[in-house]
Design a protein. Structure first.
Length: 114
């Protein structure tokens, strides 16, 4: 059974940085595209970044140039480096497979204050 465990969130001031990690259990990680998602208070969960099995990346417009997604297949871990954080980046951040149905983890809270 696949499990996704996110960590690394916290409270920072605008302009600060955080690095999120997501450890994935199960055997499908290395061949699967992964994504980081976020859910702001009162809003729907949204995709912010994608990384393919081969390391190709794509970013949604609000985070382009500020966030970097990466992966370590040996550690079955996907990362999200977040720089120049803005108050609108506040939310719970989740990782998940992009094209494989899997239950969501508990997420990690990111709070950016002005």
């Amino acid at each position: 059974q696949v499990q996704l465990v996110e960590s690394g969130g916290g409270s920072v001031q605008a302009g600060g940085s955080l690095r999120l990690s997501c450890v994935v259990s199960g055997s499908v990680f290395s061949g699967a595209a992964m994504g980081w998602y976020r859910q702001a208070p009162g809003k729907q969960r949204e995709l912010v970044a994608t990384i393919t099995s081969g390391g190709g990346t794509n970013y949604e417009e609000p985070v382009k140039g500020r966030f970097t997604i990466s992966r370590d297949n040996a550690k079955k871990t996907v990362y999200l480096q977040m720089n120049s954080l803005k108050t609108e980046d506040t939310g719970v951040y989740y990782c998940n497979f992009r094209f494989i149905n899997s239950a969501w983890g508990q997420g990690t809270q990111v709070t950016v204050s002005s």
